[in-house]
Design a binder for this molecule. Structure first.
Ligand code: PMP
Ligand code: GLN
Length: 391
């Protein structure tokens, strides 16, 4: 990322001097510029289900359009509470333990701000979603990186144990994982639990892709007896109902954590789109077939796209979850992943994301990420174009 020039007030000391425009914005803009198929930024190319937009229009006309309650519309929190019981056997009190946020991004920020102070260390497992580290740094915390190596991104438990220090305040995990497509199993959570046992370390579990898992089931931190009491479990309706633009997310956390979380949320956004919340509350339990069928919906797309990729020179292991497929181009070109995605956008007219963007210090890994949350025709057209790459 390139740091922007300060044009006013040379005395301003940036808190994030190295942060520029995110790679997702950059690549989406480039895709537009070159009229490329945009398999870069992760957003579904589908309309939200009609049962949801119908409710949205209904509430726009017939319900209040004024501030929602700070913690979220009660009916939506109640529905989320029931959903947690139904899917994960987890009991969260909608009054005191569930908060609706402006997307998962706000929930991540509130959770980090609730527990991280100056000099506190936070373990970030990279490749990692790009909002974690800036949020930690804005709180005066220090991101400590556990770096997983491409192409397999194998979890390094010994290294994690070594990184834990008396200053460690928080560990952030993300399963199913963006960008690797890996999914943690219960045994992974058991290993994490063993490492934090007897410490005051909190956990943030970013589970925004909870409904997109292909082989096996999603094991939520909510289900883990030892981890749940110290965890913020974060989700997003954006991924689940094809509504990333609505920016509605949520956080489940025990009462003591939620109390602090809401202090931040109250003064960061106060509350979230009331109409969107009413609409989501109406359908969350009634239309569960939608999200219970989401894995099958995306598995079809993953397989369709991967069948195309098999005819290219990229190498890959099929994603186990999320709507992302990472592929290796090791041995095919000397270009960096950034150079390659730029060339692909310009010449092949397919846009992707360089996996190095998910690392603090990109080490020249040879992987790029495609988003397959697109119409079948788009995926087939992209596949056809990728077969023609001139290496
Ligand atoms: N976490 C991960 C891992 C993500 O991939 C994303 C966005 N795609 C978010 C958080 C942010 O979610 P939201 O759009 O609901 O803020
Ligand atoms: N999470 C999305 C991705 O990984 C992008 C979100 C954003 O653009 N900030 O592509």
């Amino acid at each position: 990322m390139t740091a922007p020039q300060l044009t006013f007030s040379a005395g301003l000391k940036s808190k994030l001097p190295d942060v520029g425009t995110t790679i997702f914005t950059t690549m989406s803009q480039m895709a537009q510029q070159y009229n490329a198929l945009n398999l870069s930024q992760g957003f579904p190319a589908f309309d939200p289900p009609a049962f949801l937009t119908e409710r949205l229009v209904h509430h726009l006309k017939h319900s209040t359009n004024q501030y929602a309650p700070m913690a979220g519309v009660p009916a939506l929190r109640e529905a989320l509470s029931e959903k947690a019981v139904m899917l994960y056997g987890a009991a969260y009190n909608p009054e005191t333990e569930i908060t609706i946020t402006s997307g998962a991004t706000e929930a991540l920020f509130c959770a980090i701000s609730s527990v991280v102070g100056i000099g506190d260390e936070v373990i970030v497992i990279e490749p990692a979603y790009d909002s974690y580290a800036p949020a930690i740094r804005l709180c005066g915390g220090i991101p400590v990186y556990l770096t997983l190596e491409s192409p397999d991104f194998c979890m390094d438990w010994e290294q994690l144990a070594r990184l834990i220090s008396p200053k460690t305040r928080l560990i952030i995990i993300n399963t199913p994982n963006n960008p690797t497509g890996l999914v943690w199993e219960k045994s992974d959570l058991d290993r994490l639990a063993a490492l934090v046992r007897g410490t005051g370390i909190f956990v943030i579990s970013d589970e925004v892709y909870e409904h997109i898992v292909f082989d096996g089931a999603h094991f939520s931190v909510m289900m883990h007896e030892e981890l749940a009491p110290r965890a913020f479990v974060i989700g997003s309706f954006g991924k689940t109902f094809h509504i990333t633009g609505w920016k509605v997310g949520y956080c489940y956390a025990p009462e003591g954590l939620t109390c602090e979380f809401r202090k931040v949320h109250q003064f960061l956004t106060f509350s979230v789109s009331v109409t969107a919340q009413f609409a989501l509350a109406d359908i969350l339990l009634r239309e569960k077939a939608h999200y219970l069928g989401l894995s099958a919906f995306y598995e079809h797309k993953r397989n369709l796209f991967n069948d195309c990729l098999k005819q290219t020179r990229f190498r890959f292991t099929p994603a186990k979850g999320t709507f992302f497929q990472t592929v290796s181009f090791e041995g095919l070109t000397d270009e960096t992943d950034r150079e390659l995605v730029e060339r692909l956008t310009r010449e092949t007219q397919v846009a992707a994301i360089p996996v190095s963007a998910f690392y603090r210090h990109p080490k020249g890994g040879k992987m790029i990420r495609f988003c397959f949350a697109k119409d079948d025709d788009t995926l087939l057209a992209a596949g056809e174009r990728l077969c023609k790459i001139q290496w």
